[in-house]
Design a protein around this ligand. Structure first.
Ligand SMILES: [Zn+2]
Length: 211
């Protein structure tokens, strides 16, 4: 037998090393499969139990327990639906203690107030803020816009100049904040600009990074 084919203790333990992780993965997979089956059974039975007050008119396709108590919103948050900023916004809000936000997520975010495409767009957003205040006693409004936002034509619309873009957004945020403050003088308005490195508070004298 050529030396390369010889089965040695090293070969066996190396083989074991390869097999054991497979076994573990298989067991984990089987466990999660069993668990998902159990969940499926739970959701099926929950979906057909009319006497327990559960919904029977529709088929339950996902089970998740959510808090059902009414809440006071920590803030109404207007931001763009751009997926690239979603996680940053989520983490930032948590860091700020905004655990129950009323999210108003639309293309352009604060642009819908500062430079809306039409009156309908602006009025619709104002109505959303009004509903948040009315229904969830919101006292703070966060207005957000972000770098490379497609509704502005991206960073390219500012000649690829991030500073020029940030200055423009600061003006936009100020205009949006003024509108909210005029309509709802009782709320506190805060303005933020998001780029791919963090979130900045749009202060009058510049843009200060806050996260
Ligand atoms: Zn955007």
């Amino acid at each position: 037998m050529p030396p390369g084919n010889r089965v040695t203790g090293d070969h066996i333990s190396a083989r074991k090393c390869r097999v054991i992780p497979h076994l573990i993965s298989y067991l984990l997979l089987y466990h999660s499969y069993s668990a998902s089956l159990a969940c499926f059974e739970t959701s099926n039975s929950a979906g057909t139990m009319a006497h327990s007050g559960k919904v029977t008119a529709m088929e339950k396709v996902f089970h998740f327990d959510s808090a059902s108590e009414p809440y006071v919103a920590d803030a109404a948050v207007l931001c763009c639906f751009d997926q690239r900023i979603r996680l940053a916004v989520h983490k930032f809000l948590q860091r700020q203690g905004i655990l129950r936000p009323d999210m108003i997520v639309v293309a352009g975010g604060a642009k819908t107030l500062a430079s809306p495409r039409n009156d309908f767009e602006r009025d619709f957003i104002l109505e959303q803020v009004r509903m948040s205040i009315l229904l969830h006693r919101t006292e703070r409004v966060f207005l957000m816009s972000h770098s490379d936002c497609a509704t502005y034509g991206g960073l390219a619309a500012f000649g690829g100049n991030p500073e020029k873009e940030a200055l423009h957004h600061r003006q936009e945020l100020r205009r949006a904040a003024q509108l909210i403050q005029d309509k709802f003088p009782e709320v506190r308005v805060e303005r933020f600009f998001i780029n791919f490195e963090g979130i900045f508070a749009a202060a009058e004298q510049g843009v200060e990074q806050v996260a």
